[in-house]
Ligand binder design. Sequence first.
Ligand code: AMP
Length: 305
Amino acid sequence: MSLLVVGSVALDSVETPFDKIDDALGGSATYISLAASYFSSPVVLIGVVGSDFPKPYIEILEEHNIDLDGLQVKENEKTFRWGGKYHYDLNVRDTLFTELNAFEKFDPVIPENFRKSKFICLGNIDPKLQLKVLEQISEPQFVVCDTMNLWINIMKEDLLKLIKKVHVFILNDSEARLLTEEPNLIKAAKMIREMGPEILIIKKGEHGALLFTDDTIFSAPAYPMEIIFDPTGAGDSFAGGFIGYLHRSRDLSAENIKRAVIYGSTMASFCVEKFSTKGLEDLSYLQIQDRFREFKKLSNFDESD
Ligand code: AMP
């Protein structure tokens, strides 16, 4: 059974204090699919690009066995483009531009043979499109949804409609505060869970992530990194590692969901080590396992005195 991913496939122009890159491979669905591809196969990507989308980028996705039957290529249209600039505090990012291009008229169509998918990852795009994808799935079993401040600001009603139907909602700390107008994250988390999603994950950038369920608050550490080259896609890689691991193990127990949060953090840590998707392109499962174990060591302590 496949893992279905919808979201943006983009050409990103990114500036960090260390370097600058134009028209690099990016997009929420791209990062999610690449991260998930180390755990599950096939990952099915639903999205759209223009005829200017470079062939080598298609090849990167294909090399990771990502199914592209649901990736529409629009003749005479341009690919979605996004530009961002990071400051010395890499948690602070300015969006320089967002050009929707082929996304403006995007009508996501799930190929017939994938409509019975059970595991769905709704990567960051217009919540109306996320909803449209979900409506085509006959019996979704586990739906993970990500979003961003833009949609909270301009499409809050649609987003609220959507999150009623998802099992896991992922957003970052500032987005949780924006959505609830509540500065305290614990209170904000309670409010968001009352809006629908049973499981909530609040990402805190380089400070880790918090998982909220009915009976747990689990705090995942962040990997202490000396090199953070480009934080773009960290959130999406987290989502990809999280759902990819759960899809592979088919175990949705509370303990396994905690493990999935650590696999998500593991994939995010690889992502930020290099520009664009480079940090996710050539990993081995052994490397992923090693880093997963390092995460365990980070918060292991002897409780006896
Ligand atoms: P993240 O750093 O995880 O928040 O995700 C960064 C990715 O999100 C980049 O590769 C962008 O192409 C993509 N992105 C930025 N803005 C949007 C948007 N409005 N809709 C869809 N994807 C976006």
